[in-house]
Design a protein around this ligand. Structure first.
Ligand code: GUN
Length: 287
């Protein structure tokens, strides 16, 4: 039997519709238009597409979005100056610095400089700390989007063994923290697997829930998936022929899994919806 396909595009559209109404209500009560400032350094084409998609989604939801584009030679000091200017600007509620940054700029130096109240990506150590302790100010966009997709599928996470592939600060680590917490779509037993994990295929085969976030095209094969498992694919990889594929061999795995997210149309749209949600939260917190 073929897996349930978890439709992230349609769930994200539903959330964005609700959010648009919430933004309009907030604006009518306060006179304030939530405002996201996006910063894009260099000319990585994928990053440019991601930022454009985020901006379009903002505009559709009634959120103001401004883009600050800097050349790839920008120094760390120049970027810090811009971040500090956005920190001080009372009309800006959320600041998003698109990653990756060029090699001459230390990402931690920049992300630590974003004032925590405007950190809608939930990358600042203060916000990560609050999230880990179960009292979040903001939720990390991609992991919380994955959580909503798991909820949408009806999969019961309580007591389930979740194996997360990848230990990044953006996805793997915060995803583990959300799933292990007490609460809804959580209470899982979590394993974080990575490039140094021994007997990886065997470990993944034990998982009731797999979250793949390693950036390797079609890494998770049908043989690595327990029949009926829920599979969330965070990967976006462009093959030489231009096609986009996830970290999961979708065509083969959907014949084994109980539920699976497609790429595109799975996690990606949810990340954007959660960013918009955080921007409205930021406008509320700052006014
Ligand atoms: N690069 C890849 N994913 C993300 C994200 O969620 N936020 C930012 N700022 N950059 C990214």
């Amino acid at each position: 039997m073929s897996a349930q396909i978890i439709d992230g595009k349609s769930l994200a559209e539903k959330l964005r519709g609700q959010l648009k109404a919430d933004v309009a209500e907030f604006q009518s009560q306060t006179g304030i238009v939530p405002h996201l400032a996006a910063v894009l350094v260099g000319d990585d084409p994928a990053s440019a597409v991601y930022v454009r998609n985020k901006q379009r989604a903002c505009e559709k939801a009634g959120i103001r979005s401004t883009l600050h584009r800097l050349p790839s030679e920008t120094t760390e000091t120049e970027l810090l100056d811009l971040v500090q200017q956005l920190n001080r600007d009372d009309s800006v509620h959320g600041i998003l610095v698109q990653l990756p940054l060029p090699p001459q700029i230390r990402e931690t130096a920049i992300l630590d400089a974003v004032v925590p109240m405007k950190d809608v990506d939930c990358f600042h150590p203060e916000n990560v700390g609050l999230m880990v302790q179960g009292r979040p100010r903001y939720l990390p966009c991609t992991p919380s989007g994955c959580q909503l997709l798991i909820q949408e599928s009806g999969f019961e996470t309580a007591g389930a063994h979740a194996v997360i592939l990848g230990r990044s600060e953006i996805v793997g680590k915060p995803m583990a923290m959300l799933l292990v917490q007490k609460g809804a779509v959580a209470n899982a037993t979590v394993t974080i697997a990575h490039s140094r994990t021994k007997n990886l295929a065997e470990l993944v085969r034990q998982a009731d829930l797999i979250v793949a976030a390693i950036g390797k095209p079609k890494f998770v094969t049908a043989e690595m998936v327990k029949p009926g498992a829920c599979v969330i694919d965070v990967g976006i990889n462009r093959l030489d022929d231009g096609t986009l594929v996830g970290d999961v061999d979708y065509e083969a795995v959907k014949e084994v899994a109980g539920a699976i997210t497609p790429v595109p149309g799975g996690v990606g749209p949810m990340t954007i919806a959660m960013l918009l949600q955080n921007t409205l939260t930021a406008a509320r917190l700052l006014s």
